[in-house]
Design a protein around this ligand. Structure first.
Ligand SMILES: Nc1nc2c(ncn2[C@@H]2O[C@H](COP(=O)(O)OP(=O)(O)O)[C@@H](O)[C@H]2O)c(=O)[nH]1
Ligand SMILES: [Mg+2]
Length: 135
């Protein structure tokens, strides 16, 4: 394939992805993103950029109760990285994020948790509960 072919193929792929993203956004007002990466990789920072904000995210448990991250205790620390929790920036509630610290070599528990999470989300009836992006 020539370079220009590769470029036009890439442009087409982007266009298709954009069309798909628009379709999902028309169907639901909550765009749900799972972000996976090591602690301190810069996940929260990247999500702030996506939402064009510098504010700290708010974290809610699956029952919708806010988790107070100002208490720097082990429970709050865990709360921030529990994949089940929802993370939102108040200035841009169109996005809902889930955070996973990723899979370290030799540890399968985190991977199992993500697999189970994906399985559960994909079989949910409500589109807004589905995951739309895994990053
Ligand atoms: N040098 C540098 N530091 C970054 C970058 N992105 C984030 N950081 C810093 O890395 C630290 C961890 O970032 P954070 O977004 O909290 O990571 P998370 O644990 O993956 O959510 C913070 O002190 C950020 O300011 C980057 O692109 N370059
Ligand atoms: Mg973070």
């Amino acid at each position: 394939m020539s370079l220009s072919n590769v470029e036009s193929q890439a442009a087409e792929d982007i266009e298709r992805q954009q069309r798909r993203a628009r379709r999902v956004r028309n169907l639901t007002n909550r765009f749900r993103v799972l972000i996976i990466g090591r602690a301190n990789a810069g996940k929260t920072t990247i999500l702030q950029r996506v939402c064009n904000t510098t504010e700290q995210p708010k974290i809610f448990n699956p029952e919708g109760h806010e988790i107070d991250l100002s208490e720097l205790n082990p429970t709050a620390q865990r709360g921030e990285h529990d994949i089940e929790n929802e993370m939102i920036f108040e200035s841009n509630t169109a996005f809902v994020f889930h955070d996973s610290r990723g899979f370290e070599a030799g540890r399968t528990s985190e991977l199992d948790k993500v697999k189970e999470f994906l399985q559960k989300r994909s079989t949910n009836n409500r589109l807004e509960d589905h995951l739309h992006v895994i990053w």
